[in-house]
Every structure is written in structure tokens, then in C-alpha cells.
Ligand binder design. Structure first.
Ligand SMILES: Nc1ncnc2c1ncn2[C@@H]1O[C@H](COP(=O)(O)OP(=O)(O)OP(=O)(O)O)[C@@H](O)[C@H]1O
Ligand SMILES: [Mg+2]
Length: 250
């Protein structure tokens, strides 16, 4: 479904930052693919390019074999209907001035194509799916805890009924117990909606628990990838072993 072929990204500067140096990877329908690696290894850069938020310098990022840039030029709504994302800071990613109802109704109208009256009704349904109540719809973002706000960000991503949700450190800012609840929610949603996730995390314990397959990035290159269990049980590189051991020893 999502594919990257020899993807490169260089940010200009002195020296230039080679954020991606030829990344070839893919996410299949319904799959949970984790991207792990130390800070600055290029995880968010890959996520942003696949989400259509940033351009690659070279190589190709595609959705259903069609370049992301081509989707954005010819069928921007179609792209965003299929690919959604959830970022680390939920409060930051919600508009502080708009009630939740407005923020959820917009993608329901624009991306799912519901008439305005139906979109307003569907907001309650969407909130129920992420474990919130219909009456929450009239509140503003500041009235929610971090975990609740992240549920709203997930609800907004789901409004479009996407095929894949890109989660960039989506649970990293949350307490461990809230993290576990959100991961359960993501699992349930995957079972009910047939979603795929690209799940970016620096936390290998979370990656081990949640992901089926792992891509390990180091300085913009993939150093190994494979089934999550295999990669973690039997790392092929010292880099992955160090990442793993630094988490598990904690
Ligand atoms: N807008 C930018 N301008 C210049 N350099 C950038 C920019 N964004 C990222 N970089 C550089 O690209 C490299 C990869 O950054 P990226 O944000 O993808 O890392 P990451 O793996 O997501 O790290 P973290 O775990 O800290 O979020 C880093 O060296 C970073 O400094
Ligand atoms: Mg990042």
C-alpha cells in the first residue's frame, strides 16, 4: 500500500543534514509496521514524506503505486481520505479555538462526504469509538487531559475512514497506563476498521508489544528490518541490540 523506493532527504545547511539516505520500505494493507531508531535517525522525516507533509529529495514515496506528490496534485482529498496521521502532542495538533464538534465535523464533511447535519450527528459516534462521550463534543481542547486529547486526535484521524494511520510518537507523551489504553484502542480500531499503522517510536518496549514488523533506522539508513519478535530476540546489528538493551534494562 505505502511504499518507499531509495528515498532520500537532505536538509540544506552547513553541513547539510542527510535525514534519509536511500530508504526502501513498505507497509501492506492491515499491517502494523514499527519504525525505531535513535533520535535524529530519520523516523519523523520518513513519516512526514509518507504523509505528504514534506517532499523527498530523491527516490519515490508511493501510495497504491502512485507517487504521493501526484496524489497531492491531482487528488489531495483522496490522499488524505486514505492516509491520516497522529502526532506526539495532541493538544498542539488540535485547534485551541474550535469546539471538538467542529474539528471532527470538518473531516466528516470534506473527507467522508457527509452532509453537514449528518456530520454533526456522526461526531458523537466517532467520540464513542475512542471511548469518549457525545457531550464532550461541545468542549474546547484545553478542557481535556493529554490522554483524552490524544483520543480526539485519533477520532479525527478516523473520521475519514483511512486505510493507514501514521503515528509519530503518538503515545510517547502519555503516562504508561494511558499509553496502554491508547494502544488497546488502536488495536481494537484496527480489528474493526482493517487499518494499517506506521508506528514510529523510540521506545522499543512499546514497539515490541504493538508492532508486527520493525524497521530499524540509523542515520537515515535501514540497518535491519523483519518480524518484530525476531528483530528484538535476535538483533543482527550491535546498534539494534543497544537500542533494545537500553530499554529492557530500564
Ligand atoms: N526541518 C529541518 N531542517 C534541517 N534539518 C532537519 C529538519 N528536520 C529534521 N532535520 C534533521 O534530519 C535528521 C532526522 O530528523 P528526524 O526528525 O527525522 O529524526 P527522528 O528520528 O524523528 O528523531 P526524534 O526521535 O528525535 O524525533 C536530524 O539530523 C535532524 O536534525
Ligand atoms: Mg521524530
Amino acid at each position: 500500500m505505502l511504499s518507499a523506493e531509495k528515498l532520500t532527504k537532505t536538509y540544506p545547511g552547513r553541513p547539510p543534514a542527510h535525514a534519509l539516505r536511500g530508504v526502501t520500505a513498505a507497509v501492506s494493507a492491515g499491517e502494523i509496521v514499527g519504525v525505531v531508531g535513535e533520535s535524529g535517525s530519520g523516523k519523523s522525516t520518513l513519516a512526514r514524506i509518507w504523509a505528504g507533509l514534506d517532499d523527498a529529495t530523491g527516490g519515490a514515496a508511493t501510495l497504491h503505486q502512485r507517487p504521493v506528490a501526484d496524489w497531492l496534485a491531482r487528488d489531495r482529498l483522496g490522499f488524505h481520505r486514505r492516509v491520516q496521521y497522529v502526532f506526539q502532542d495532541p493538544v498542539e495538533s488540535l485547534n485551541p479555538r474550535l469546539a471538538i464538534r467542529e474539528q471532527l465535523a470538518t473531516p466528516l464533511r470534506l473527507l467522508r462526504g457527509l452532509p453537514p447535519a449528518d456530520a454533526r450527528d456522526a461526531v458523537g459516534e466517532l467520540l464513542a469509538q475512542v471511548g469518549l462521550k457525545a457531550e464532550h463534543a461541545d468542549r474546547h481542547p484545553h478542557a481535556f487531559s493529554g490522554g483524552q486529547a490524544q483520543r480526539i486526535a485519533i477520532a479525527r484521524a478516523l473520521a475519514a475512514r483511512p486505510e493507514v494511520v501514521i503515528c509519530d510518537e503518538a503515545v510517547s507523551a502519555l503516562d504508561v497506563s494511558v499509553q496502554a489504553d491508547i494502544l488497546d484502542l488502536l488495536r481494537e480500531l484496527r480489528a474493526s476498521h482493517g487499518l494499517a499503522y506506521l508506528f514510529i517510536t523510540h521506545d522499543l518496549a512499546v514497539a515490541a508489544e504493538f508492532c508486527q514488523r520493525l524497521i530499524v533506522l540509523k542515520s537515515g539508513e535501514i540497518v535491519e528490518q523483519g518480524a518484530a519478535n525476531t528483530v528484538l530476540a535476535n538483533p543482527q546489528t550491535d546498534y539494534t541490540r543497544t537500542l533494545r538493551d537500553s530499554v529492557f534494562s530500564l
